[in-house]
Design a protein around this ligand. Structure first.
Ligand SMILES: [Ca+2]
Ligand SMILES: [Ca+2]
Ligand SMILES: [Ca+2]
Length: 502
């Protein structure tokens, strides 16, 4: 989020500072605050604002003036080089209107008098400190002896299509060239349509750092995980790399064999946010790795506290018309207070047994490649309906053997409104809805585990407490000891008790 805030701040400051100011018309009349009008002060002001005025001066001679008290004057226009006398705009993002100015020739002499227009691209890698890249001539106007414009004449030149409305900085170069004689061009009110992006405080008037935001969603391309999609901006992966592991015991509310492999799922969620930091969608990539059960168990999750109406669609679930699966038009389970997604109704239909009992829990039986699923949950992103990342809390659960009311949740996670409350406190379960103790035994042992890493699970009928030697201490301490019990550290695991894929 830090990056986001920074990019918004940068964007705001660039708008406030420079980027939306149009380039002013060069009328030769402007001078700095605290100074007074003079040819030197006025041209000094325009140069300080990043206009280039090469072999060019401001004049006050009444016979020469075109408009106001000052006009511009070229060198004697008897040189055919476009770099002999010129006006160059600051860096601009060109608009689409024509370039216009007033001009005339100062005296009736000269063989050729010509104005040449070029544009110059910004090139951050240019060797010169001015970072001027390729120069392209795009228009000109020529006068021959005997038809020189000796009185005020307006000219207009179209901006070339190649740079019109470009997001990149350009300069326009207006060159005054010719041969013979000593007459000069007199010029005034030079208008070039564009957004001023030069930074006058930079030594070479370089463009202000502009933030590229191709999809205009307010998130700079550099920070935008979807730079060409205005509806999406950020990914939030859980876990940040790899997979997390979910493991279930399905004999709840009795303890059973405690091998935690009745259903083993690994998964990674991506909560996609838009530029307003609202949830656009949740994408889940998951694999069903093992079924150490005889029950035909289902699997789903609740988004705690999220009204089902916040969701617009769900894709990628795999149910098979089990009578207990009832789904609303938006793909969430009907009749629930909070949004519930039933991912599958029968694990054996997702990862069929290749032979023997269960799947991928007994090394003596054939191996089945874990079954991959990709779920996408789309959210309403309209203002007032959209929800934030902090509103997303996953509460996964197993549904035991097609019995909808028999949910097995992670320790400390509340049942859904479809759970059968009469089962709480029976068997070894010590759930107490009043005190908020959920899905724990009297010794605080759970029936489901979530670990933020992909870890191996016990072979069939192997007690989890023997495979993960620090686990019992962790659970019975309510999580205060050995919070890293699942890591492969010295004396933490008994690898002979864990299933390994062939
Ligand atoms: Ca003027
Ligand atoms: Ca963007
Ligand atoms: Ca985007």
């Amino acid at each position: 989020m830090k990056k986001l805030i920074l990019s918004i701040a940068l964007l705001a400051s660039s708008i406030a500072g420079f980027s939306q100011t149009a380039l002013y018309t060069l009328d030769c009349e402007k001078f700095a605050n605290g100074s007074s009008a003079s040819s030197a002060n006025n041209i000094g002001y325009d140069r300080a604002q990043c206009w280039g005025l090469g072999s060019f001066s401001y004049v006050t001679t009444p016979a020469l003036l075109l408009n106001g008290s000052y006009s511009g004057q070229s060198n004697q226009a008897s040189n055919l080089s476009i770099t002999s006398s010129w006006i160059k705009t600051p860096w601009i993002k060109p608009g689409s209107a024509n370039i216009t100015f007033k001009h005339k020739i100062s005296a009736n002499n000269g063989t050729i008098r010509r104005i040449v227009l070029s544009y110059i691209a910004y090139d951050a890698n240019a060797a010169s400190a001015w970072k001027e890249g390729t120069l392209v001539r795009f228009d000109s106007v020529s006068y021959a002896a005997g038809s020189l414009p000796l009185n005020l004449t307006n000219v207009s030149f179209a901006l070339p299509a190649a740079i019109r409305n470009s997001a990149n900085p350009y300069k326009i170069l207006i060159s005054f060239v010719g041969s013979g004689g000593n007459s000069r061009f007199i010029v005034d009110d030079v208008f070039v349509d564009g957004i001023y992006v030069s930074d006058p405080s930079s030594a070479y008037c370089l463009p202000v750092p502009t933030i590229q935001d191709a999809d205009s969603d307010g998130v700079a391309d550099a920070d935008d995980a979807y730079p060409n999609d205005a509806t999406r901006a950020y990914n939030n992966y859980i876990p940040s790399s790899g997979f997390s592991t979910l493991m279930f015991e399905d004999l709840w509310p009795t303890t059973g064999d405690y091998d935690f492999n009745d259903l083993v799922i690994v998964g990674r969620q991506n909560i996609v946010l838009n530029a307003a930091n609202k949830v656009v969608e949740i994408k889940i990539n998951m694999k069903v790795k093992a079924i150490g059960a005889s029950f035909h168990n289902g699997f789903g999750f609740q988004l705690d506290g999220v009204n089902p109406s916040k969701i617009t669609s769900v894709t990628g679930t795999n149910t098979h018309n089990a009578a207990w699966v009832t789904t609303s038009a938006n793909g969430t389970e009907s009749g629930q207070t909070f949004a519930n997604i039933i991912i599958f109704d029968d694990a054996f239909k997702i990862l069929p047994s290749p032979g023997g009992s269960g799947v991928n829990v007994d090394p003596a039986n054939p191996y089945a490649t874990p079954a991959e699923m990709n779920i996408t949950i789309s959210f309403n992103t309209t203002v007032g309906e959209a929800i934030a990342l902090s509103n997303i809390s996953f509460n996964p659960y197993l549904i035991v053997n097609q019995e909808r009311g028999k949910e097995v949740h992670l320790a400390g996670f509340a049942p859904t409104t479809k759970a059968n409350a009469s089962l709480f406190g029976t068997g070894q379960d010590d759930t107490n809805l009043t005190t908020g103790k959920y899905y724990k035994s009297k010794n605080n042992l759970p029936w489901a585990l979530a670990v933020p890493a992909e870890i191996p699970y016990p072979k069939t009928k192997i007690d989890f407490l023997q495979a993960y030697k620090k686990f019992a201490t962790w659970a019975e301490s309510n999580g205060s000891s050995f919070s890293d019990w699942y890591l492969d550290l010295s004396d933490y695991r008994d690898n002979t008790k864990l299933y390994t894929a062939p």
